[in-house]
Design a protein around this ligand. Sequence first.
Ligand SMILES: Cc1cc2nc3c(=O)[nH]c(=O)nc-3n(C[C@H](O)[C@H](O)[C@H](O)COP(=O)(O)OP(=O)(O)OC[C@H]3O[C@@H](n4cnc5c(N)ncnc54)[C@H](O)[C@@H]3O)c2cc1C
Length: 303
Amino acid sequence: MINKLIVGILPYLPEGLVWIFSKRYIAGKDLKDAVRVTTKLNKMGVKASMDLLGEFQTRAEMIDFYKQEYLRLIDASVTEQLDNSFSVKPTMFGLLLDEELCYRHIREIVAKAASFKRFVRIDMEDSQCVDREIILYKKLLEEFPGHVGIVLQAYLKRTMSDLEDLAAFDRGRGLVNVRICKGIYNEPAEVAYKSKGEINQHFLLDLDFMFRKGICPAIATHDKKLVTGAYRLIDIYQPAPDRFEFQMLYGVTPDLRKSIVEKGYTMRVYVPYGKDWYNYSTRRLKENPTMAFHIIKALFFQG
Ligand SMILES: Cc1cc2nc3c(=O)[nH]c(=O)nc-3n(C[C@H](O)[C@H](O)[C@H](O)COP(=O)(O)OP(=O)(O)OC[C@H]3O[C@@H](n4cnc5c(N)ncnc54)[C@H](O)[C@@H]3O)c2cc1C
C-alpha cells in the first residue's frame, strides 16, 4: 500500500529528492564517479561490473553516444588498471528496433574489451527481450569466447529450458557464463513465478544445473537464504575458485557482502553510473514497487 503510494507521488517529487533516495545505489553521474567507486571496491578486494545507465533507446544519435561512452569507459578502466568487467543493456543499443544494428554496436564494445582481455556481461531485460538477447549472446560468444556472459532470471518459467539450450550450445567447452538473479521486472503470471518461495526454489535448481553442466555461474543475490543455499551447492560440487563468483548491487547489504568476501569467495559489485540515473531509479520503482520499501529505509537511515 505504502509502496504504491510512493510510486504514485514519484513524478511529483523534485529530482533532488529522488537523488537522495538513489545516490546510495548509483556511483554518480559521470565516468569519474564510476572510476572512484570501482577503485574503492578494488581496494577492499572486491571486483566491479561497471554499467552505464540508459535503456530502451530509440534515437540513433543517442545509441551512438552510448557506444562511444562505453568505449571511453573501457579506456579509463584500462588506464586506471581497474579490476572490473562491464555490463550492457541491449535495449540501450536499440535491440527492439533493429537487432542487427544493436549487435554491431555491442560487438564493437565486446571486441574492444576482449582486446584488453576484459569481460562484458549482457544484462537481461524484460521478457520480450529474452530470445533476442540469447541469440545475441550466442553470436558474440562464438567470436569472443571467454569474454562475454549473459544473465538469466530465476522467476521466468522458461529459464531451466534456456539453461539446457545453453549447455547444449556449449558442447562441454565450459565457455557459457550466466549470471543468475531473481529478476527485477514486473512479469505476468503466465511467464513468471510470483511467490518468493517458488522463485528461490528455482534459483537454486538453476544454480545446481549450472554446476552440474559446467556452466560458469555468477550468483547475484542479497538473499541470505540463497547465499546459504549456494554455499551448500559449492560444498557439494567443489567448483574451481575461478569457475563461479558472487555478485551484488552497489550499496546493498554490505555486511552480507563482507561475510562472503571473508570466506574467500570472489565478489563482484554492480556499479551503475550515468546521467540517466533519474529514469533508471524511477523506472525500477515503477516496475517493482516493493523497492519503495528500500527507498524509505534509505531516506530514514542516511548516514
Ligand atoms: C549484480 C546483479 C546484477 C543484476 N542484474 C539483473 C539483470 O540483468 N536483470 C534483472 O532482471 N535483474 C537483475 N538484478 C536484480 C535481481 O534480479 C533482483 O531483482 C535483486 O537482486 C533483488 O533480489 P535478491 O536476490 O537480492 O532478493 P530479495 O529478496 O529481493 O532481497 C533480499 C534482501 O536484500 C536486500 N535488497 C535487495 N535489493 C535491494 C535494493 N535494491 N536496495 C536495498 N536492499 C535491497 C533487502 O534487505 C532484501 O530483504 C541483478 C542483481 C544483482 C545483484
